[in-house]
Design a protein around this ligand. Structure first.
Ligand code: PLP
Length: 381
């Protein structure tokens, strides 16, 4: 049966294909070969004959992710950073890039590095100020508008459709880091974005055991051809075993994401008025400044990511993390296990992130255990 018309839950559960055509296997086959024989006419039996150019396990994972995002094609890279830095490689020398000032700190640091080297011109905008993105654009000069939504770690929400039309009117493309929404609640391409990026290390895999990055495109244009070339020649595709693990994780994406979202919403509501907290930042709360856009843009849950602003400073935020017993004090996000991180300690003194911010990646545990753990850790402050 073709995947046309199937719902995303079904596509994900089958990692796109319910059975392997050659063997009838119901789980995706793992092809580890680095090289593939040619046929009697000396043509590759498959599309490619060398692993760096592609292989059947990679293609199945890429096609599954492209189908989930309703895109034309996907490319998997050995890390999220490898994928996103390759997008910026396609910006012409001296080209203009627009991005939010608060976002995943690795992306911001990379863009600032490219600006320092004279490789790009960069304008960072405040996503919380209406009209700031539009004001940052330079019509005819801006090449890429890079946004993240919700934004890590304030979970501010950017209106993708509005950003896409502003970017297009200026002659730029819109690329969206959708790591925190993972093809479940938001499909940026259907809202007008040109490229969607995922750190597939997070929700798409969901088990904290694969490092991977994904790009999905709305059109197979000249930039996409350049991305394919760069991925093959200067980067590398995700290795077959990691593709296999990624597909294993992908098959439960919807269950995991919905459980994490339900847990996060319950915790956000429960702790919103806690006397030891200044604020809970979660787009599912009516008090969050991004809530109205999130409610429109995020179809089915607000995700598992939230931040707590503790009453106190740097040391109190860190003490909260180290006092947790169920939630693990560790970096990263999107796994089945809940994690807490004191972002300022990780990002360094230059970071715009408040000293008292603790980022939580809520997992799929029983919500009462998570609530009790947070409660006891807040009591220590
Ligand atoms: N984008 C976001 C929002 C992230 O959270 C991360 C990693 O934490 C990345 C990009 C980079 O991805 P990776 O760690 O897979 O290289």
């Amino acid at each position: 049966m073709s995947d046309k018309g199937l719902r995303p839950e079904t596509l994900a559960a089958h990692a796109l294909k319910p059975v392997d055509a050659a063997t009838g296997a119901v789980t995706p086959p793992l092809y580890l070969a680095t090289t593939y024989a040619r046929d009697a006419d000396y043509r590759p039996k498959l599309r490619e004959n060398y692993v760096r150019s592609g292989n059947p396990t990679l293609w199945q994972a890429e096609e599954a992710i492209a189908a989930l995002e309703r895109g034309r094609a996907a490319l998997l890279f050995p890390s999220g950073m490898a994928a996103l830095t390759t997008v910026f490689e396609t910006v012409p020398q001296g080209g203009h890039v627009v991005a939010p000032d608060v976002m995943y700190y690795g992306t911001r640091a990379w863009l600032k590095r490219l600006e320092r080297l004279g490789r790009i011109r960069l304008t960072l905008f405040d996503a919380a100020t209406p009209g700031a993105l539009e004001a940052a654009l330079r019509p005819g000069e801006t090449d890429v508008v890079w946004i993240e939504t919700p934004l890590n770690p304030t979970w501010d929400v950017i209106d993708i459709a509005a950003a896409a039309s502003a970017a297009h009117a200026a002659g730029a493309i819109l690329a969206v880091d959708a790591t925190a929404t993972a093809a479940v609640t938001t499909q940026p391409l259907s809202l007008g974005a040109d490229i969607v990026f995922h750190s597939a290390t997070k929700y798409l895999n969901g088990h904290s055991d694969v490092l991977a990055g994904a790009l999905v495109t709305a059109t197979e244009d000249a930039r996409w051809a350049e991305l394919q070339l760069l991925r093959t020649k200067s980067q590398a595709p995700l290795a077959p075993f990691d593709c296999y693990l990624l597909m294993r994780g992908l098959r439960t994406l919807f269950l995991r994401y919905r459980q994490a979202s339900a847990n996060a919403l319950a915790l956000a509501r429960h702790f919103e008025m806690h006397p030891k907290l200044e604020r809970v930042l979660y787009p599912g709360l009516a008090s969050h400044r991004g809530h109205a856009v999130a409610a429109r843009q995020m179809r089915d849950g607000f995700g598992g990511m939230m931040s707590l602003l503790v009453r106190g400073g740097f040391a109190d935020a860190q003490r909260l993390c180290t006092s947790l017993r169920v939630i693990v004090p560790a970096t990263s996000l999107g796994g089945v296990e809940s994690l807490a991180e004191h972002r300022k300690a990780v990002e360094g003194p230059e970071s715009p992130v408040p000293d008292n911010l603790v980022r939580l990646s809520i997992g799929i545990e029983h919500v009462d255990d998570l609530a009790a753990d947070l409660e006891q850790a807040l009591c220590v402050l």
